[in-house]
Design a protein around this ligand. Structure first.
Ligand SMILES: [Zn+2]
Ligand SMILES: [Zn+2]
Length: 170
């Protein structure tokens, strides 16, 4: 597993002990596939009851369908920082869905679920391949960035002040 960290050295240290890791890895996640590997820094800090994990400068890219022309393009994703506690033991009064645990048997923590959540949160919500994307023709479905079609526009031609001015000057 790319996002597993050995925390062996943490186990017999006092709370306050910390260590940094540079990580890179896997672009396959359960519900999505990234275009490039994920890179990040993880700062681990030992607490009484677990290990605090702070990730920084996560970077990757994801294939996104353009909302106008449906073509896939690559979008940068950045997660500046995020934090979770990985508990040594299941805490009693906590929301069960959101618990991250240290695997005491293997003496490892697995960041995969944390990264999956943070990347999902940071996926861009409105994506277009470029500001000038012309989209698809509503009639024939052609990608108007790639070719012109002969369909008549559905709406009446828009008012073009510059064009009118040119005609006047002729
Ligand atoms: Zn587009
Ligand atoms: Zn058309």
């Amino acid at each position: 597993m790319d996002y597993e960290l050995s925390i062996k050295t943490f186990l017999n240290k006092h709370p306050g002990y910390s260590k940094e890791f540079e990580l890179s890895g896997n672009k396959h996640f359960d519900e999505f596939e990234l275009s490039s590997e994920v890179t990040l820094r993880a700062k681990l800090l030992k607490l009484e009851e677990g290990i605090n994990v702070a990730i920084e400068n996560l970077e990757t890219t994801a294939p996104q369908p353009c909302r106008k022309c449906l073509k896939h393009f690559t979008e940068k994703i950045k997660v500046p920082c995020a934090e979770r506690i990985y508990w040594f033991h299941q805490p009693k009064e906590a929301d069960l869905d959101e618990i991250f645990l240290v695997n005491l048997k293997t003496q490892k923590i697995d960041l995969t679920e944390l990264l999956r959540q943070e990347i999902l949160l940071h996926l861009p919500t409105y994506q277009v391949c470029s500001k000038s994307c012309k989209g698809l023709c509503h009639t024939c479905g052609k990608n108007l960035n790639e070719e012109k079609c002969r369909c008549k526009p559905e709406e009446p031609p828009t008012y073009k002040p510059l064009q009118d001015l040119k005609n006047i000057l002729k």
